[in-house]
Design a protein around this ligand. Sequence first.
Ligand SMILES: CC(C)(COP(=O)(O)OP(=O)(O)OC[C@H]1O[C@@H](n2cnc3c(N)ncnc32)[C@H](O)[C@@H]1OP(=O)(O)O)[C@@H](O)C(=O)NCCC(=O)NCCS
Length: 179
Amino acid sequence: MSSKNKIRLKPYINGSIMLTRLPEISLRPVRIEDCHIIWEWANNFDIRQASFNENLIDWETHIKWFKNKLRDPHCYYWIGLNSDKKSVGQIRFDLDPKTHEAVVSISISPQFQGRKYGQVLLEEASDILFKKTSAVCIKAFVKLKNQRSAHVFKKAGFHEFSKAIINGCPSFIYMKSKQ
Ligand SMILES: CC(C)(COP(=O)(O)OP(=O)(O)OC[C@H]1O[C@@H](n2cnc3c(N)ncnc32)[C@H](O)[C@@H]1OP(=O)(O)O)[C@@H](O)C(=O)NCCC(=O)NCCS
């Protein structure tokens, strides 16, 4: 279901309501020209902190990794564009063709964080993945300390599936299944 132009009703504790308009977002496949901006985003401090390998990524390593992702037929990789056609973030699903489970990775450009693009990008891209591929469920690995990300996954319809230690880091595993 598209989130475009949707207005959400958010209940207040005292019973009144607030109207929450979600931003518009469209998706396009990642292209080779996106290599540099994705590298810049990846090396942003907050985005590195959210990752299970917090080291900075050098350019050569990134290009090699990026080209492999573009060649991988089981990798679904999109850029989210806002209504001004500006790139606001990236979302990637690595699909296992045997189990039909996908693992998601998302980041929003530092300048566009906190404007609900993360929630909308997750919702829209998950819908497309379920419609267009054999994926039956999506998993997300989120550090326990990344409360903002955990909150956004829950808002985008994911539920806590389990907890695990990943690379020494206590983490949630969130999951969303095809409806
Ligand atoms: C996590 C991320 C994808 C979220 O996208 P975003 O567009 O910034 O987030 P949104 O604007 O959709 O939502 C932010 C929500 O988190 C809430 N929030 C912010 N900081 C929070 C915190 N410390 N604890 C709990 N909730 C928090 C906000 O109040 C807002 O909630 P609301 O929609 O109920 O008002 C983005 O911030 C990002 O790229 N972060 C760095 C990389 C990362 O963490 N990636 C995910 C790895 S699993």
